[in-house]
Design a protein around this ligand. Sequence first.
Ligand code: HAS
Length: 550
Amino acid sequence: MIAQPERKIALWHLGVAYTAFLIGTLMGVLQVFIRNDALQLPAWLDYYQILTAHGVLLALIYTTFFIFAFFITGMSKSLGSFGPKVRLFSWVGLWVTLLGTIMATVLIIAGEASVLYTFYAPLKANGFYYVGLALVIVGTWISSFALVGHYMVWRRNHKGQLSPLFAFMTVTTIILWIIACLGVVATVLFQYIPWAFGWTDTINVELSRSLFWYFGHPLVYFWLLPAYIAWYTIVPKLLGVKVFSDSLARLAFVLFILFSIPVGFHHQLTEPGISNFWKFLQVVLTFMVIVPSLMTAFSMFATFEISGRQKGGTGLFGWFKKLPWRDVRFTSIFIAMAFFIPGGAGGIINASFQLNEVVHNTLWIVGHFHITVGTPVAMTFMGLTFWLIPYLTGRRFTKRMQRLGFVQIITWSIGMLLMSTAQHVLGLMGAPRRTAYSGYNDHPSAMEWFDGIISNHVTMAIGGTILFLSAMILMYIVIMTMFVSPKAETPDQMVEFPLAESDMSNTPKWLENWWIWIGIAAALIIIAYAIPLTHMIQHAPPGSKGFITW
Ligand code: HAS
């Protein structure tokens, strides 16, 4: 069991994460009904307002607070108790991130910031909204530095040793996060804030988007890597085996530091102002960032097979039956992985220069992110929640909760399958994203989009409703395990932190030489971004004034 102060910090993070989850999912279910033309919002509430709240609270806030809860618990478990300074900075980080979250949320609710989670200029929010977002980043940096400080103390006391896999992966994710945030910090501080407060009249839109996507793509790996940490370090324990290959796992993670950042232009392939050469270069680098995910898939299959065969599974797929399907902690994560197969394939389609023309700005992309962040990541976090909260509170994860957990993950899978398939198909037909319901004045072509059984806004709404019910079951489990379930009294009732053993005897030491990876990452970033960004500044088009369209 980790020390009480760390448990408290982690539980606070989880409390905020699930409050954001509750509000965010409520906003989600409203949206599918509006897009289905089945719900009219009151005059004081706007579609784009709830869409912004949905994106910000789920994609940015739920994930971030959950990730830090997981990191704090795992770092304390694998490296030992935090010192007083690390505890202090973890609290400060929490409060600053929370302050930023509250500011941003209040401004969204007040109708001052309906700019969606990508806050594209020239849409202009209240200046304090951007200050709130900046505080969120600063808060996460403080929490990150606290964890890195803890890691550095451990390294000092264990000279010449490789750190435990969990800690290595946490530090990798934090390095990626800090480098990624430089882009969004630059645009928010030097472009959005002066513009929103009226200190400058116009904004360089292309530059702001490019700096945003410099951050926006690695952001998705900031969500994904904690899920991968669970896949690499928790899943083998649930299966009763060791990590398949410690060096493969570490190499996969450092490849993310190298290739997840210099690829942001693949979100801007349809935009003018960036020459094809730079787009092409970043598309090639995007294909490089697929490699560590393929390595992860390989590693997972190997882990399943080793464990299944140890339990007597024979034949090509005999091991499959031997997996611990009755353990909701495992099954949830397995389903999460399965969703990432089409999710990742969709990403490869998006990244393909020509195919992007077909799918960009359509509902396809919305489908894509619901089967990447919305399931592989979110359902892994759900699977972690089932044991993480009881572990931290010392309560039991009762048989009833386990059964409810199954209902929750199965309903989430069905809801997501319906909703995201409908979104993919509607997107291919041409239905746009980032818009409220539109039948284009009942134009026959637009009406055709919604004719099919799957390509139908009703299917999407049914899927969305099932998802919302699933989210409420999860909230029930969270509240029960946090405050109500009976305390664990005997050892067999105690919930453990299921961290697998990892054999580091063959792992090369240079994998933990961070300066190599930060150096190569910096070189790749300079190659991919220096010239096009300089061009955008030197040959800037006329800036844009702000638009408030809501
Ligand atoms: Fe993406 C747009 C390309 C991964 C999230 N992406 C988005 C947006 C979001 C997002 C939120 O190139 C929308 C942004 C917006 O609002 O405009 N994406 C990729 C690529 C990958 C990728 C190449 N995306 C993610 C992940 C996300 C995420 C992960 C969240 C966590 N994405 C794009 C592109 C766009 C984009 C373009 C812009 C589109 C546009 O035009 O605007 C890759 O990282 C994917 C690699 C993954 C794989 C899958 C490996 C599979 C594994 C599972 C193994 C399963 C097992 C279980 C073991 C190659 C690891 C076995 C089970 C059995 C049943 C057999």
